[in-house]
Design a protein around this ligand. Structure first.
Ligand code: SF4
Length: 102
């Protein structure tokens, strides 16, 4: 019996969303998911922690967010969307994640 890891399950959810939704962050080569709903876009320069979570509708937090790449919801899409055939090995991408969760 094959037991999928959490990363494999999350990747499968993200891939299925992209397949049914069409072009979006979930299927973009620039996106690194943090869970099945949100991830960070590595296409642009890192920003302050406050700016990082603005697209998710987070206006204030009891935690101090760290600077980094902008977080986006999986359904978002912009003009920089890219899905190259060579990057379809999502398992390799998933293996590069050190955080996850479905
Ligand atoms: S669609 Fe745009 S915002 Fe989303 S991951 Fe790709 S480049 Fe970033």
């Amino acid at each position: 019996m094959l037991i999928a890891t959490r990363q494999e399950r999350t990747q499968a959810i993200v891939d299925a969303f992209y397949k049914t939704h069409g072009p979006c962050c979930a299927g973009c080569d620039w996106w690194r998911w943090h869970n099945s709903l949100v991830g960070e876009c590595i296409r642009t320069e890192p920003v302050t922690g406050e700016q990082r979570f603005a697209m998710l509708g987070v206006e204030s937090s009891s935690l101090t967010p760290s600077a980094g790449h902008i977080m986006t919801p999986r359904e978002h899409v912009c003009g920089e969307f890219k899905d190259e055939p060579a990057s379809h090995d999502r398992a390799a991408q998933a293996a590069s994640h050190d955080t996850g969760g479905a």
